[in-house]
Design a protein around this ligand. Structure first.
Ligand code: APR
Length: 318
């Protein structure tokens, strides 16, 4: 039987260990198992968090194996290679898809009925790989998608307009990476369209300024990697937010990488779109009324992702 608030994290690197720490600090888990091919690393991370237990909500936190995923409610996958400076997320497709397939086949064998959340990059293609290999329904297997890009977008707009980030409604959809799309047409501040509210902000009514702001947001992951070697705080908060929505059955709307079957005539691809997330994973997708340009961009990104997915399917390691 599924144990409520039990989470497994696979991959105890920078993203996995920071996610474990974030879940513990937020008091979201009753049990947390950390799994890595490097068992010592997983043990070290669990021990380090456990030493802070007197300051945390009580939870059983330990390094384990796939047998321990049996009754997990949520499994978060952060295993795989990260980007190096100058590398695109798409450069990681072959090495990381091999790892994702291996992990999902282990979960198929051991985990009863988990919701599987993928962070490994390129996340949309890794989510699709997992959706295809997993025995779980596609609504229970999805990626962190463009939720982090959406957070970065809100942060940038918040700074530009000198307003708190949570008061801004503005989504980035599509691919987490090169093919991401800012939904300017629906962006708003407490319901006031940004097209009107932008007068209060710094030049954000101007097309040129919008492009500049968006490109900075799109490339900001690499900016962090160049400056400090890796990104892990914001992605860990993103993963903790998704996990929270599932564990607490919130039905929160989050822009995760979800399997698409029909939206804008697109199918068999996983991309970032707002989805209602609660117990058991994705309840439904919110079909945004995009403008023409946004629709075209979304369809174009789906075509690029399909070509890359075919590349994964046909790849034969030497
Ligand atoms: N099974 C379990 N763990 C694995 C496997 C595997 N098959 N292959 C690799 N790992 C583990 C490594 O041992 C390492 O501890 O995955 C971890 C990866 O950690 P890091 O190299 O620190 O990478 P990190 O920065 O955490 O990024 C992981 O998340 O956001 C994405 O782009 C990022 O794809 C990358 C992933």
């Amino acid at each position: 039987m599924i144990k409520k608030n039990k989470v497994a994290i696979i991959g105890a690197g920078q993203v996995g260990s920071t996610t474990a720490f974030t879940l513990a600090v937020k008091g979201l888990v009753s049990e947390l198992v950390i799994i890595d091919i490097n068992k010592e690393k997983a043990e070290g991370e669990a021990l380090d968090i456990n030493h802070g237990m007197p300051f945390l909500n009580p939870a059983k936190i330990y390094a384990g194996s796939y047998e321990d995923t049996k009754n997990a409610e949520v499994v978060i996958i952060t295993a795989g290679l990260p980007r190096k400076p100058g590398q695109s997320r798409r450069d990681l497709i072959h090495s990381n898809s091999r790892i994702i397939k291996e992990i999902i086949s282990n979960l198929n064998e051991h985990a009863e009925d988990p919701v599987i959340v993928i962070a490994t990059n390129p996340v949309d293609l890794m989510a699709l790989t997992a959706q295809k290999v997993s025995k779980q329904p596609k609504t229970k297997v999805f990626g962190s998608g463009t939720l982090l890009d959406t957070a970065r977008f809100k942060f940038a707009l918040a700074q530009n307009c000198n307003i708190e980030a949570r008061s801004i409604q503005a989504e980035i959809i599509g691919e987490h990476g090169e093919g991401e799309i800012p939904v300017w047409s629906l962006a708003n501040v407490v319901g006031v369209p940004l097209a009107i509210y932008c007068n209060v902000c710094d030049r954000i009514c101007e097309e040129e300024k919008r492009i500049e702001l968006f490109e900075k947001v799109r490339d900001s992951g690499m900016e962090v990697i160049k400056k400090k070697g890796a990104t892990y705080y914001a992605i860990s908060l993103t993963l903790a937010r998704i996990t929270e929505a599932i564990l607490r059955d919130e039905n929160s709307v989050l822009t995760v990488s979800t399997y698409i079957d029909g939206f804008l005539g697109i199918n068999d691809v996983s991309m970032g779109l707002p989805a209602v997330v609660g117990t058991g994973g994705i309840q439904r997708i919110i079909e945004l009324p995009l403008d023409l340009e946004e629709k075209e961009a979304f369809i174009n990104t789906s075509k690029v992702l399909k070509t890359l997915a075919k590349d994964i399917d046909e790849f034969k390691p030497e």
